[in-house]
Design a protein around this ligand. Structure first.
Ligand code: AVI
Length: 320
């Protein structure tokens, strides 16, 4: 699955995901064509994202893992034992165990919309931490989620690593933070990853790597549209592009038409002139102040903040 529950899995009677079709048709009809980033994560896209996290240019995963390793004692002190850790997304093989080992929780509750992946990740975690109750919940965490009764009376720690919050525009990010607060309740803590603003060249190469993996990840969306929505988009006519948008402090990924193109998707016709693009992702970058501001707007008081040794990435602890 994709990172942090971004995958949607429903299908209609013809095997088409109606939400995918609706998003693609609406997005391709806009003046600036745009498709929400969550549709990147089919099986091929999820694998390509895993490959991205290993790239020399893609620092966020390594930087966040470094913080989780280096600050275990501080997490233990500030968070304390006995909390139910509620992870928004199914949990990564590396980061989640680092957190769980650091703080000695009394339960682990992964939330994800993709049930199969959720159960697999939960089983893997349970095997690594015998004796830790694991209660996976299949749910869309963009809304308030009913937690299992077993953890009702435990204090909660929400965990949302990876700077996935950065893939949302401010309004959606704020809505999500508010939903998390409703899900976790009074007295909850939240440990959340947010990537930092840095030199433009460093950011651009993290999203436009020399080996072309991110380009493949981006173009995979077009292959997916062709396959799942009966499209005939000429994929080779599109180039991957990473742009820095300084107004919103974000990296944007686009697919730029290299020539005039005409294609159809689900029986609907579209055309683009050479140079026009489909906007496929936002990845917002933060400063200490803007991350605090976003947390506060979402109903969370920032309590502590850590960065990696090169100050590329931040992990913040906030209180409901
Ligand atoms: C999942 N998300 C936090 C990644 C990011 O960095 O915004 C997705 C990604 N897109 C291109 N490379 C990685």
């Amino acid at each position: 699955t994709g990172p942090k529950g971004l995958k949607l899995v429903e299908r209609d009677e013809r095997g088409v995901n109606p939400a995918f079709r609706a998003d693609v048709l609406a997005g391709l009809s806009e003046q600036q064509k745009a498709i929400p980033a969550r549709w990147f994560y089919d099986d091929a896209g999820s694998q390509l994202f895993e490959d991205i996290t290993q790239l020399p240019e893609y620092y966020p995963t390594r930087a966040e893992t470094e913080i989780l390793r280096a600050r275990a004692f501080e997490f233990a002190e500030l968070i304390g034992p006995g909390r139910a850790v509620v992870e928004f997304g199914s949990g990564s093989s590396v980061k989640t165990p680092l957190l769980l080992s650091a703080i000695a929780p009394s339960a682990y509750v992964p939330l994800d919309i993709a049930g199969d992946f959720l159960r697999a990740a939960a089983a893997e975690l349970a095997a690594k931490f015998p004796g830790l109750p694991v209660h996976p919940v299949e749910a869309d965490f963009m809304r308030r989620v009913e937690l299992p009764p077993e953890v009702e009376w435990l204090p909660k720690l929400g965990f949302f690593p990876g700077s996935t919050i950065g893939n949302m525009v401010a309004r959606t990010a704020t809505d999500l933070l508010r939903s998390m607060r409703e899900t976790l309740g009074v007295g909850a803590l939240l440990l959340i990853g947010m990537d930092l603003i840095k030199d433009e060249e460093v950011l651009i190469s993290a999203y436009d790597d020399a080996a072309g993996v991110t380009a493949r990840f981006n173009r995979n969306l077009l292959h997916r549209i062709n396959r799942e929505l009966g499209g005939d988009i000429p994929v080779d006519a599109f180039a991957h592009q990473a742009r820095w948008n300084d107004v919103y402090a974000r990296i944007e990924m686009h697919l730029v038409a290299l020539r005039d193109v005409a294609f159809s998707v689900s029986g609907q016709d579209f055309s683009m002139n050479a140079g026009e693009s489909i906007h496929t992702e936002n990845s917002h970058k933060f400063t200490r102040r803007t991350s605090n501001m976003l947390l506060a707007a979402g109903g969370w008081e920032p309590r502590a903040r850590w960065t990696d040794s090169e100050e590329r990435f931040s992990l913040l602890l906030a209180e409901a």
